[in-house]
Design a protein around this ligand. Sequence first.
Ligand SMILES: [Zn+2]
Length: 198
Amino acid sequence: MVGALILIATAWAQDCHYQTWSWSTRERRPVDIKQVVTSRAKLTVEERGTHEGCTVCEEDQTTLTIAGVSFKICRRYSQRVEQTLTELHRRGFPLKELEGYRVGKSKGPIDQKGLRTQFSHHSYGVAIDVNASLNGLYDNCVSFSPSCRLIRGGAYDHTKPGAVTPAIAELFKTQGFKWGGKLPGQQKDFMHFSPSGD
Ligand SMILES: [Zn+2]
């Protein structure tokens, strides 16, 4: 009996399941949605990613519930994320929407079909979006101004409750997360935190 349980546990640990898609820059939506079942031993370099213990596999993720909002995040990062968000909640910051693990190719070069070709940091469960409807993703936005173009989420207004401010970004920084609202270059992603910020 114990032997059988160990066998089952071992088989589970070696499996890798995930659902993925590619972002179509022409249709402005995810396409080529597919379920992938593979084994740990066969993971490619891109499936493994660069964060130890955080691959695209569902098996590396855990579910956190904070202020009644549930999301998935890489198990290795869950303690730091939980501490940060619990502290925000304690300070009265409204947590309405949280999204972590979400596999998909939404960055990198665009192929001949107009599809993005690289996994985002969300794909590995090492990025988190906070209150997307209040903290939009913009392009054409070297510095934030009315000429920036909103491409995802809701308009950003730092005075609204639930909007991410530099003070909130500082709290994430103490746990090793950089803010997408301070990215150099054309994009500002006010909802987004990850180890690199992008
Ligand atoms: Zn994000």
